[in-house]
Design a protein around this ligand. Structure first.
Ligand SMILES: [Mg+2]
Length: 258
């Protein structure tokens, strides 16, 4: 049974709040601002802070500073944490990979992608990215258009093969499927469940009083660890679904807080 009156609502970003790597729709922006008026809000994603800025923060209009202090940003699955303090977004912490871990991760994913024939020559931006706490492989590059990305690995078989082969080379690290064309490498035990646990510690809000909304709560999805943790979850299939859910949820929270 879903938490009726969550104190905090956490969201995945890509395909939950916005289309992959794209800005949120004005309708979603308005709903998030309304939600911030009645609850704490978290956005947690494998992406970097710059992605959060471009997709979410820059598109929130008519939002006051007080509301922004209720927004918790967890890039790279919560290995980084940002809060709005003194009128600016401030990094509270970042837990980065060591140089040795980064070098081994970059080498393993490049060698494996080449061996499997997944190292594309036509790309949009770099294939490999050092996100500090995470190394990310994006088959078509960071800036690939959604249409090209959707076609690259329709059944997910390429990502699974790559993930498994790279994981075998990096037993001390964790290799996970990210977005539609991406594989993320982090320290072991870093996933969205890790981020949600950190969030509970940092805010003092129990996991029982949180609600999580995501598009990949299926067993192979990058949102699944949150469900496995026991947090109440709402599965959506795209941001429009999330918007409909929020339109129903927000009035019930308003009643509680008034
Ligand atoms: Mg998603």
């Amino acid at each position: 049974m879903a938490t009726l009156h969550p104190q905090l609502v956490a969201f995945d970003l890509d395909d939950t709040l916005a289309p992959s790597k794209s800005p949120i729709d004005p309708r979603m922006a308005e709903l998030l601002v309304r939600l911030l008026g009645v609850a704490q809000v978290c956005v947690i994603s494998g992406g970097q802070f710059a992605q959060f800025t471009m997709q979410v923060i820059d598109n929130l209009t008519d939002v006051d500073s007080k509301a922004l202090t209720r927004l918790h940003l967890m890039p790279t699955c919560g290995t980084q944490y940002y809060r709005y303090e003194d009128s600016a977004w401030t990094q509270v912490y970042a837990e980065n990979l060591t140089d040795d871990q980064k070098q081994r991760a970059l080498a393993a994913v490049e060698e494996t992608a080449k061996a499997l024939g997944y190292w594309e020559s036509e790309t949009w931006g770099p294939i490999l990215e050092d996100r500090g706490s995470q190394i990310t492989f994006s088959a078509l590059g960071q800036a690939a258009p959604v249409a090209a990305k959707t076609q690259w690995d329709v059944d997910g078989a390429k990502k699974t093969a790559l993930r498994e082969a790279v994981q075998a080379l990096l037993p001390d690290l964790e290799v996970r499927s990210g977005g539609s064309t991406s594989v993320d490498i982090t320290r072991r035990g870093i996933d969205k469940a890790y981020g949600m646990n950190r969030l509970a510690e940092l805010t003092g809000i129990s996991l029982d009083d949180m609600l999580f909304v995501g598009d990949r709560l299926d067993e192979n999805g990058n949102d699944y660890p949150v469900k496995a943790l026991g947090v109440d979850c709402v599965a959506v299939e795209g941001w429009e679904d999330t918007a409909s859910f929020l339109e129903a949820l927000i009035p019930t929270l308003q009643t509680v807080s008034s």
